[in-house]
Ligand binder design. Structure first.
Ligand SMILES: [Zn+2]
Length: 390
């Protein structure tokens, strides 16, 4: 029977959920920090934590007193009990699949990846995902019923409410596929699906460069270019789930033809294929993104120019978004973010130049700290945040 919200049991369950939410958000935390974040009294927090410890839902991290109490004593850190279970996250990127098994706090226990033609071979990608997820769980000695679920990051506009790939020219081979239903049938796990840029934003806020920030943009630079918008402390997906899809706004009138059918989209300047393609005349047809980044780091003027042009185009495109949304921070993620200053400095300059009359201080632009794990960790968060541990 569900307790009524006003009853003593209902109040206690609500408080317990708030304590668990703080743990989920931070991975590890302490009693004083929980009290601060929830506004509950230290006595209430201590009682709830003792019950959760007795039940084995959480554990104390011995020997890692990183926080301090108000009177300056070290506070014991708490985390989810790894033995209690975990979750699996998968990133179905354009040309590879990456899976990670984590505990409920989001610590990665095992990882696996493979190169696959995800864009055009959905059946193969889904089969690999299902088999690998079950194998990771079995090898970790976990039972499938101890797994909160399988979170999936898709490189296409996706509604997290329905998990459906939005209609349009992006990932046409995936449009008719019920990704969650297919993977649930294959694995028996609960499955949630989200857009990879949105999940990157969720992960960088929980574990990475945007911790404690309620207003920021996560820009994912990969084969595609897209953003996750985190506004007012929550993800903003827009009316049709396409919020942040700014890779297909025109930045070069009559520029190169894009995979969406338009000309001169941001992706035709800043997508991976644009970066490598720009160097094929001088460096050969097999130039990879790694080559471009390494050449730029070694001072090659052509590679530096290509990355700077991409950064400038991104910064200019971000100016309009930042003028409208007023974020505190822009986090740059995705594989191209490994280019570092060669790309980020140009993006910062272009953004600051375009916004100078509007801002007292420029919007901070930083590289994500989670790298290519961001989408897997965001996908894991998608399933662990919705799970009930009562
Ligand atoms: Zn386009």
């Amino acid at each position: 029977m569900q307790p009524s919200p006003g009853s003593l049991t209902g109040l206690r369950q609500g408080n317990r959920q708030r304590v668990l939410d703080v743990l989920r958000q931070h991975g590890t935390t302490s009693r004083p920090e929980i009290a601060r974040q929830t506004g509950l009294s230290t006595t209430t927090v201590s009682d709830l934590v003792r019950v959760l410890l007795d039940e084995g839902v959480i554990v104390e991290l011995a020997g890692r007193p990183e926080a301090t109490t108000q009177c300056g004593r070290p506070a014991t850190l708490l985390t989810y009990n790894p033995a209690r279970g975990g979750a699996v996250g998968v990133h179905l990127a354009h040309d590879h699949v990456r899976l990670g098994l984590t505990d409920l706090a989001g610590n990665v226990l095992a990882e696996r990846s493979a190169e696959l033609n995800v864009d055009h071979e959905p059946a193969e990608a889904l089969a690999y995902t299902a088999v690998t997820a079950l194998d990771l769980i079995a090898r970790a000695g976990l039972k499938p019923d101890a797994i909160a679920g399988l979170g999936v990051a898709l490189s296409a506009p996706t509604s997290s409410a329905t998990g459906a790939v939005a209609a349009g020219p992006i990932l046409p081979d995936w449009r008719a596929i019920d990704v969650a239903g297919d993977l649930e049938r294959r694995t028996g796990l609960h499955v949630e699906v989200g857009n990879d840029a949105n999940l990157g934003a969720i992960a960088e806020r929980r574990f990475g460069a945007a911790q404690g920030t309620d207003h920021f943009l996560y820009v994912m630079l990969s084969d595609g270019v897209g953003a996750g918008l985190f506004l007012g402390g929550r993800l903003y997906e827009g009316f049709t789930g396409r919020a942040g899809e700014f890779g297909h706004v025109t930045v070069v009138p009559n520029g190169y033809v894009c995979r969406c059918g338009n000309r001169g989209c941001l992706e035709t300047i800043a997508g991976v294929r644009a970066l490598t393609g720009a160097l094929t005349l001088t460096r050969g047809a097999r130039t990879t993104l790694r080559d471009v980044i390494d050449l730029a780091a070694a001072g090659d003027p052509g590679a530096r120019r290509v990355l700077a042009d991409a950064g400038s185009a991104i910064g200019a495109a971000l100016a309009g978004i930042c003028a409208v949304l007023d974020p505190a921070l822009v986090v740059i993620g995705g594989e191209t973010s490994q280019a570092g200053a060669a790309l980020l400095d140009a993006a910062r300059d272009a953004l600051a130049t375009a916004m100078t009359p509007l801002r007292e201080h420029p919007v901070r632009v930083v590289a994500g700290t989670l790298g290519e794990q961001a989408q897997v960790l965001g996908a894991v968060t998608l399933v662990t945040q919705r799970m009930t541990l009562l």
